[in-house]
Design a protein around this ligand. Structure first.
Ligand SMILES: [Zn+2]
Length: 275
């Protein structure tokens, strides 16, 4: 069994950061990247914590076992009794004790949609770090529209939460992106002394989350992440009713659903800066 949390401290005093992998157990890229990185990693300043998000889901190679761990970091009053009885809720409480020790988080994910491009999820407070990550697309606004992730939790306690989506979970290149992402994060945070160059990035902000109104939501087609949607385009059918975008948008995480009240897709818009 792997060690759940690995702590590496250098002799030079400095800040503390945390890297999480496998918060969704079937998104293997972070787990694989960490296996490659950890044996030879030298931290030159400060402390870095590396953690496995959801060991039970990792073992089962599933996204989660009872509920989505990446919603269990929400405030208790937003969670159901069922949520609070889950393994994932308990796990979130355990992980919070480590998140509390760090000033910045990099949480590594991958998409279930083939041909997905890598991107970063963060808020404006992460600007000085994410511009060095090996990703050209940035999306903000999740804290408000879809709270409850690890990054949301960090931001809510006045720290910096960053989530990197490394592309399609079945694509070996996602492991490479995860590995490069971890190194870039450690350099940007000053744990590894090195020159870093900012990347050209484009910004998007999420403005809406569509939750299903019936137990039969079917997408009109498969949408890839950041696909452009035009005003009034039909996105899907919810119990026989057409669901449209009411302005030109980009779409994220779109999936057909078979239960009422489930997250079906997110809509966002392009921005000139990280807001
Ligand atoms: Zn994920």
């Amino acid at each position: 069994m792997f060690q759940e949390i690995t702590k590496i401290t250098s002799r030079e005093e400095g800040t503390t950061s945390i890297v999480l992998v496998g918060v969704h157990g079937d998104e293997r890229c972070g787990i694989k990247a960490l296996e490659k990185i950890l044996p030879n990693l030298k931290i030159e300043r400060g402390t870095v914590l590396f953690g496995y998000g959801n060991p039970r889901a990792i073992k089962a190679n599933k996204r989660f076992t009872e509920v989505n761990l990446n919603r269990m970091f929400n405030v208790d009053k937003q969670l159901t009794e069922n949520d609070k009885k889950s393994y994932e809720y308990q796990r979130a409480q355990f992980l919070k004790t480590y998140l509390n020790k760090a000033e910045a988080l990099l949480d590594i994910h991958a998409s279930f949609i083939p041909s997905s491009k890598p991107f970063v999820i963060c808020e404006a407070n992460a600007k000085g770090i994410i511009e060095y990550l090996p990703v050209s697309l940035v999306v903000s606004g999740f804290d408000k529209i879809e709270p409850g992730g690890t990054d949301y939790y960090m931001n809510s306690i006045g720290k910096i939460g960053i989530c990197i989506e490394c592309g399609y979970l079945g694509d070996p290149e996602s492991i490479e992106i995860a590995e490069k992402g971890i190194y870039a994060f450690l350099k940007a945070r000053g744990h590894i002394l090195n020159d870093v160059t900012p990347k050209k990035q484009s910004y998007n902000r999420i403005y809406d989350l569509y939750s299903t109104k019936t137990n039969n939501f079917t997408l009109s087609k498969n949408f890839y992440d950041f696909e452009e949607i035009s005003k009034d385009q039909v996105i899907g059918m919810d119990g026989g009713k057409e669901v449209r975008a009411n302005k030109d948008s980009i779409i994220l995480f779109a999936r057909s659903r078979e239960r009422i009240g489930e997250e079906a897709f997110l809509l966002g818009e392009k921005k000139n800066s990280l807001t």
